[in-house]
Unconditional design. Sequence first.
Length: 253
Amino acid sequence: MTTILEQSISARPILAIETSTKVARVALVDAQTGVRLAGAEAAAERHSSNLLRLCVETMERARATIAGLGAIACGAGPGSFTGLRVGLAVAKGLAMPTGIPLVLVSSLEALALDMRPAAARGELLLPCLDAGKGQVFAALFEARDGGEAGDGRDAGVISRGDVWTVVPDLIPGQLPDDASIMSAGPGAMRYWDVLVAGLGTRGRLVEVAGPSADAVAVLALGRLGRGESDDLDAAVPSYGRAPDITKPRKTPG
């Protein structure tokens, strides 16, 4: 049985943070409708100087307080190592003093959800994030039937497999031969010439501003509805690959 306290928390808005790309995005979303109440974003090589400011601006615009939130959602990657660390650090820092639930979601799944309204019937979604070193983070999704892409419960996307960390020209070989593919995201934009050479006429590129904090919030609401959240101490980003290890220089002697 759901308690009065649990019902009260579930009715509170959710603050969502997404920092897997060069654009940091923040949104405050109504937990009942999935509608954005306020939001802010900023592009930067490093998000440590502006992310907390974006959170404060978003909360002030909606006249909301951290203590009045139902949860804090954060895109967990894959994506920029530094961006993901900053995003999760801020999310943990905001959640810890009040014990607000922390909910992590896939940044690729959030991007796929952003792509969903533009997808044709039967078209598979291929979100791609720039992984650096000539690679992309990519995964394949299909649209789930029912609802609209903003209701947070009946709509969404379904994963068709694992996340790939791969050079772009190998992606077409991972995809079903008979499927139409719609791709989007910073990785797709950067390497579209390579992707289209492999996909031919069955592939198309759509320019989507994502992954969005709004999509992060919608996916987080789905997890919360299933009674899921993440441990503040144990939560870590999904980097997509092991970070580079720089060997210390040998000192002469």
